[in-house]
Write a protein that binds this ligand. Structure first.
Ligand SMILES: [Zn+2]
Length: 127
């Protein structure tokens, strides 16, 4: 029974990871003109992309920029998305992955919140 319980939880978690992957950087599409405007402004005029209108919306609407805006219910799925994001971005831009910055307080909160998330997925049945 334990094997089936863990299997079911891991499957639900994998669907959540898959869903986050599907929706990664969705604000690039929902705010496409703003993103393009700020991107071009940065490339051509040296504008500060991180302080631009699009980036600020992006980090508030999406959960994976944990150092800019960490959700109170941050979990390990958010951490995985952040690692995938930084690794893919680094490899695409320079062929290298710079040292990943992760705040240990955020990581500890993510572990605790993931426990709570799993608890909310489980129903204990009386025999
Ligand atoms: Zn992002």
């Amino acid at each position: 029974m334990h094997i089936d319980d863990v299997k079911a939880v891991m499957y639900e978690l994998s669907k959540m990871v898959d869903n986050d992957g599907e929706n990664h950087d969705c604000t690039k599409k929902s705010q496409e003109r703003m993103f393009y405007r700020d991107f071009v402004d940065t490339q051509e005029n040296g504008a500060d992309f991180v302080n631009g209108e699009w980036y600020q919306i992006h980090v508030k609407a999406e959960r994976h920029h944990l150092l800019s805006n960490c959700p109170t219910d941050v979990n390990l799925i958010d951490i995985i998305e952040m690692i995938a994001d930084c690794t893919c971005a680094g490899l695409a831009r320079s062929g290298q992955v710079r040292g990943l910055e992760i705040d240990m307080d955020i990581l500890n909160r993510a572990v605790g919140n993931t426990v709570e998330l799993i608890k909310s997925m489980v129903t204990i049945k009386e025999k």
